[in-house]
Design a protein around this ligand. Sequence first.
Ligand code: G3P
Length: 217
Amino acid sequence: MKLFVDTGNVREVETLASIGILDGVTTNPSLLAKEGGDFRHILKQICLTVQGPVSAEVVATESASMVREGRDLATIDEHIVVKVPFGKDGVKACRALTRDGIRVNVTLVFSATQALLAAKAGAYFVSPFVGRLDDVATDGMELIEQIVEIYDNYKFSTEVLVASVRHPIHVVQAARLGADICTCPAAVIEAMFKHPLTDIGLARFLKDWEKAQGIKV
Ligand code: G3P
């Protein structure tokens, strides 16, 4: 499973990319607005850093304007994947941009029917929001299971990008269900590294070594 970070923060991308576990980045208008500054410059920096797919979302709501905005976003860097919100306009824009050879991430997906329509429109990624479904007492991971099954049945090439991830258990569940990608806030990736027994074990190894050698490590 590919691991993306869900952020508009260049430093977070640099830190994770330098460890060597980052496959791509997703941004959205809320995340980029939080950073301030020139969003095109930020997106370019992120692309140069990660050298993998970077989702950049349109803010237009009508299909022709989405296509215009998407084409423009795609000129920022070859790694840009244009994100469009699900809906009739978004699906129509997805089809048009895909015909142009531009990769599209259909976002704000909350049902299997929406995911099916996105795949039929040639989406490169589909982004179901698991956390926001959990928030309204609906099992977000059940949706991932349905989409993976449907895409497998018909050999759709659209990749399932699990979004709105809130904790490491979401990541484990996404991986067990065979999702293609999980995009996580940096704090969730940070938490994936942690286990108290690892810390305790390392401290014990070092202490034992120090004792045996009579030196400080
Ligand atoms: O990029 C979209 C998504 O991951 C949003 O997550 O936590 O705002 O529901 P969240």
